[in-house]
Design a protein around this ligand. Structure first.
Ligand SMILES: *[C@@H]1O[C@H](CO)[C@@H](O)[C@H](O)[C@H]1NC(C)=O
Ligand SMILES: *[C@@H]1O[C@H](CO)[C@@H](O)[C@H](O)[C@H]1NC(C)=O
Ligand SMILES: *[C@@H]1O[C@H](CO)[C@@H](O)[C@H](O)[C@H]1NC(C)=O
Ligand SMILES: *[C@@H]1O[C@H](CO)[C@@H](O)[C@H](O)[C@H]1NC(C)=O
Ligand SMILES: *[C@@H]1O[C@H](CO)[C@@H](O)[C@H](O)[C@H]1NC(C)=O
Ligand SMILES: *[C@@H]1O[C@H](CO)[C@@H](O)[C@H](O)[C@H]1NC(C)=O
Ligand SMILES: *[C@@H]1O[C@H](CO)[C@@H](O)[C@H](O)[C@H]1NC(C)=O
Ligand SMILES: *[C@@H]1O[C@H](CO)[C@@H](O)[C@H](O)[C@H]1NC(C)=O
Ligand SMILES: *[C@@H]1O[C@H](CO)[C@@H](O)[C@H](O)[C@H]1NC(C)=O
Ligand SMILES: [Zn+2]
Length: 727
């Protein structure tokens, strides 16, 4: 190892080692939903609208990286990835192609890592509606073939299904359950609607899809149908006069949202190896704890319409239900719950599950300091032949970014810190490729990882999105100011201007929507960047056959200029974290973020059954963290000012390690692979994050003792992080 510890300063060394021992032991899926869930009273924000120098001043290396991005190359990489089935475990040749591209760029050792994981695929799937008047409707469980979009007619197109769904052959009445939250089911129970043994029909809005299926299962229902409702589409709908894809930007009515229905707030990765790495000889557990047992299928707007229409005039009316997201966007549908006596669905859905190989691609650029490592990653597998946005906008960007760094390498550059490029497989089933890789490299990652940088849906629209750990936020926002935003989307000269316009400076905590989850939950600082559509932008056909190269070049990002901007941004972020003398963290901002999360927790407590819950231990711990954060920021400035390499080394190790303190070794109650006490996916939400999640879980479960205990444990985790920072 090239960074030797500073023997000249024993007290610092001692502190460093003691800190290390105490610290020992972090579905785009989320983006679309995140917009709808946005809670403006929560989350921290870098609210100040800062002036942006224009044009941005760049160093020669920054210019080299930025100028290396070529929109025509990005288009070529995008076209490649979107012209073949590359569902998890289906396409080894795309992994090999990716590794070859990275080797061509100069990452000599780029190679495949094969991991055996549990996969599921439908053997048979049918849904038939039989009305009591004898009428019948067979749902088409795949999109229409469009002449304009060749991937929609590709041979062996992937059927629309829910990964990790149960199997079953069910015939019976069905009930519309709104968004399928627990409160929605309660409303129906309170109204005396019999739910047991019936089939639930929920729209896709609000919470994570798997939680809807779990709620149906927990209510004793026999099957579940999740459908896309026009309500999710904001302004851009056929009813508002927009033409549907491929003729215009509105949703094609046959578009279907595939997706996993695993219980995502309980685990990540392979459900047969929760908590340990999957290897050929791994012991494997039963998936029934982690996946639904009832059958569930996704449905298009077009096929949902006759089912909803057949419920009219029966059961609870939308007005009586009085639930948010219950009344959808079809103006001629009343959204009555049903059931309609004698009107039934026949759902026959048979899934197979087995162990199959998947292929991560790993490319390493050795740094001069091999005990500081920055990992950047994107998943490669897609739900559909295309996947032009999810995830291959990110994959195309990663190729072009490898080429950009390759130009630096060719000039003899060696980064200060080791860089690892990763192309994950099987993210869509449940973050398998990344989680299993993290689990098999954990002790090493714990000792060397500086940060994990994630890009999933790099581009599904123009609006910049960013979430990430407190210490990394300010730096990322500074890089946004250096990147020009393409013309044609409004008056936004830089990415920063677009980002600020979209978010007003708010930055969400990390939940579990993409491959950062396993890194973050093991105490590694993370960011997740990309860009998506707002209420007035072209509809993105999420997890549908129409997430295609044709859609991307016609509506999403014609000219690949947003791809260019996002790639340039990620490159500068990676370059500086890997090569700056001082890791560019803002610890005082990390303290501010903890305070804002505490404020959010106070609000949760005061609205709960335990308004007297004492948070003072956590308050004190955050105060201590603030003190240590301010101290180390001063020391860092001094070290930089005097170019004191020894002191810089000490500060860098502390910046690398402090967030390991946030990890609770045994995990959060009831979900042991989620370990970060600062944030985790909400149990009942599945996408959006809860802050101080173990305390929140205790409150929501009505368990005051557990909530109390976790105030203490969370406080001690914050103190561990503060202790590591102490200089
Ligand atoms: C894998 O993807 C490539 C490019 O997208 C495609 O040409 C190839 O046919 C796919 N392979 C399989 C087995 O589907
Ligand atoms: C019913 O299922 C079979 C087998 O999966 C499939 O071939 C057929 O197209 C399905 N029918 C409809 C209407 O989807
Ligand atoms: C897994 O557990 C379920 C429920 O306990 C049981 O029905 C099933 O047979 C088990 N499967 C295996 C492969 O052991
Ligand atoms: C509907 O629910 C809201 C709160 O969610 C409540 O304020 C309102 O009174 C309810 N309306 C009716 C008619 O029950
Ligand atoms: C409702 O409107 C849609 C078009 O938006 C139409 O296709 C459908 O037949 C109508 N349904 C009913 C029950 O009137
Ligand atoms: C990077 O470093 C590792 C360990 O020191 C070494 O095994 C590997 O060959 C190096 N890779 C390159 C491309 O130099
Ligand atoms: C974002 O831009 C739009 C259009 O230029 C403008 O109307 C709006 O006020 C801006 N919002 C913010 C928060 O800057
Ligand atoms: C790349 O951008 C240029 C200039 O904006 C544009 O003319 C060209 O069509 C773009 N190339 C592709 C492949 O989209
Ligand atoms: C800082 O010190 C290092 C090692 O002593 C030296 O290589 C480097 O050039 C110095 N940097 C500055 C900005 O003086
Ligand atoms: Zn994705």
């Amino acid at each position: 190892m090239s960074r030797t510890l500073p023997l000249l300063v024993p007290p610092l060394l001692f502190l460093l080692l003691s800190a290390l021992t105490s610290a020992c032991q972090r579905d785009w899926d989320a983006l679309l939903l995140r917009q709808h869930l946005h809670r403006s009273d929560s989350h921290n924000s870098l609210r100040k609208r800062a002036p942006v120098p224009y044009p941005p001043a760049l160093t020669p290396t920054e210019s080299l990286l930025i100028n290396s991005f070529d929109n025509t190359s990005l288009s070529t990489w995008s076209y490649y990835y979107t012209s073949g089935d590359h569902l998890g475990s289906h396409n080894k040749s795309q992994a090999e192609w990716t590794a070859q591209k990275w080797r061509n760029a100069g990452f000599d050792d780029a190679r495949l890592v094969e991991i055996p994981i549990y996969v599921t695929y439908p053997r048979h799937s049918n849904l038939t509606l039989r009305r009591k008047d004898g009428g019948k409707h067979e749902a088409r469980l795949v999109e229409d073939v469009l002449g304009e979009d060749s991937t929609s007619g590709y041979p062996n197109v992937i059927p629309a299904f829910h990964a990790m769904s149960g199997s079953g052959d069910v015939e019976g009445e069905y009930v519309y359950v709104g968004r399928g939250t627990r409160a929605d089911f309660q409303v129906l129970k309170d109204a005396g609607i019999e739910l047991k043994g019936k089939v639930a029909m929920a729209n896709y809005g609000g919470i994570y899809r798997g939680t809807k299926v779990k709620n149906a299962q927990d209510t004793g229902m026999a099957g579940c149908i999740l459908f896309t409702d026009p309500l999710d589409d904001g302004e851009v709908t056929v009813e508002n006069g927009y033409a549907a894809y491929p003729d215009g930007p509105a949703r094609n009515p046959s578009s279907i949202q595939r997706g996993s229905v695993r219980f995502s707030s309980l685990y990540s990765g392979d459900p047969t190896t929760v908590g340990w790495a999957s290897a050929p000889d791994s012991p494997r557990g039963n998936v029934s704890l982690y996946n639904p047992s009832i059958p569930s299928i996704p449905l298009s707007m077009k096929d949902a319409l006759p089912l909803l229409a057949a419920l009219q005039g029966h059961g609870v009316t939308a007005k009586e239900a009085n639930r948010s997201g219950w009344t959808g966007g079809f103006s001629n549908i009343s959204y009555d719950s049903g059931p309609t006596p004698g009107t039934v669905v026949h759902l026959n859905h048979q899934m197979d599950g087995w162990i199959a190989p998947v292929w991560d691609v790993i490319g390493i650029v050795n740094g001069t300091s091999e005990d500081e490592v920055v990992v950047v990653g994107n998943h490669r597998d897609a739900w559909v032949i295309g996947g032009a946005a999810d995830p291959n906008s990110g994959s195309a960007i990663m190729i072009e970014m490898a080429n950009a760094f390759g130009k630096l390498i060719a000039k003899g550059w060696k980064p200060r810190r080791t860089i690892i490029f990763s192309s994950w497989d099987a993210e869509e089933f449940g973050l398998q490729g990344s989680t299993e890789w993290v689990e098999s490299h954990l002790p090493w990652l714990n000792s060397v990882a500086v940060a994990y940088l994630n890009i999933d849906v790099g581009v599904s629209g123009p609006r910049t999105s960013f979430s990430g750990s407190g210490e990394i936020q300010s730096f990322v926002v500074e890089q946004m100011k250096k990147i020009l935003f393409p013309e044609g989307w409004g008056d936004f000269p830089t990415v920063y201007d677009m980002w600020y316009n979209t978010t007003e400076g708010e930055i969400s905590p990390l939940g579990s929507g993409s491959d950062y989850a396993s890194f973050y939950q093991n105490g590694i600082g993370c960011i997740d960047i990309g860009s998506d559509g707002g209420r007035t932008d072209p509809i993105y056909h999420y997890h549908s056959n129409y997430d295609s190269y044709h859609w991307m070049t016609t509506f999403g990002d014609p000219g690949f200029r947003i791809h260019t901007a996002m790639g340039q941004l990620l490159s500068l972020i990676l370059y500086h974290i890997a090569d700056d003398v001082l890791i560019p963290w803002d610890l005082p901002n990390a303290a501010t973020v903890l305070e804002s999360y505490l404020t959010e927790l106070h609000a949760t407590v005061s609205e709960s059954d335990f308004p007297g819950l004492d948070l003072s231990e956590l308050t004190d711990a955050i105060e201590e963290f603030e003190t240590q954060a301010a101290n180390i920021a001063r020391v860092a400035e001094t070290a930089l000012g005097f170019n004191d390499t020894v002191l810089l080394g000490v500060v860098n190790s502390k910046y690398r390690d402090f967030s390991r303190g946030y990890v609770s070794a045994g995990g959060l109650p009831g979900r042991e692979t989620f370990k970060n006490v600062i944030s985790a996916p909400g149990i009942d939400n599945g996408y959006g994050a809860d802050v101080f999640p173990a305390v929140t879980d205790g409150i929501n479960a009505g368990d005051e003792e557990s909530a109390k205990a976790w105030v203490g444990k969370s406080a001690r985790a914050v103190l561990r992080a503060a202790e590591i920072l102490r200089v």
